[in-house]
Design a protein. Structure first.
Length: 164
């Protein structure tokens, strides 16, 4: 196996872990959100993330590998930060802004990883894998844009609440 194929597989195992851990964390983020739009966004992303995990399993299958999750310290840290933020700001008007920040950090990590995996899949001739990864990347970019829009709405509401 060439080194790029090894790198591809290693990162695929880490993003698989990241998606599985994110799937576990999303219900907690949804429960902590005060803004109904943010709750809905997190709940909707649960279904998307489950779909992304299925697509990743198809990627593994397309390269004749068994799906395997390898601990991704970056995601583990971001999700731990999410837990800390919930504890620190759960009664604050800023909780939604803080949750959006965590959500966008996770999305940006995922977007960066999927972008690399797509490029490598194309170089390696993993065309089926690339197709699934592009579908996932498209979903992640949409989620990031939606969180950005919510950030402007939610943050304005938090500032107005604090000023009152």
């Amino acid at each position: 196996m060439n080194l790029l194929a090894q790198l591809f597989e290693a990162q695929l195992c880490r993003i698989y872990y990241a998606e599985k851990e994110t799937l576990k964390a999303l219900p907690k983020l949804a429960r902590a959100a005060k803004c109904e739009g943010l709750k809905v966004a997190f709940i909707y992303h649960i279904g998307q993330t489950a779909d992304q995990i299925e697509k990743l399993e198809k990627v593994f299958d397309s390269i004749a590998k068994i799906p395997r999750a390898v601990v991704c310290e970056a995601i583990a840290g971001m999700l731990e930060e999410g837990n800390d933020i919930i504890k620190q700001f759960e009664n604050s008007p800023c909780i939604d802004a803080a949750l959006i920040c965590v959500g966008r950090k996770v999305e940006h990590y995922e977007i960066a990883t999927y972008g690399c995996l797509i490029a490598w899949a194309k170089i390696l001739g993993y065309h089926s894998a690339a197709k699934f990864l592009v579908q996932i990347l498209d979903q992640e970019e949409i989620t990031d844009r939606e969180l950005t829009e919510l950030a402007e709405y939610v943050c304005n509401g938090a500032i107005e609440t604090e000023a009152a």
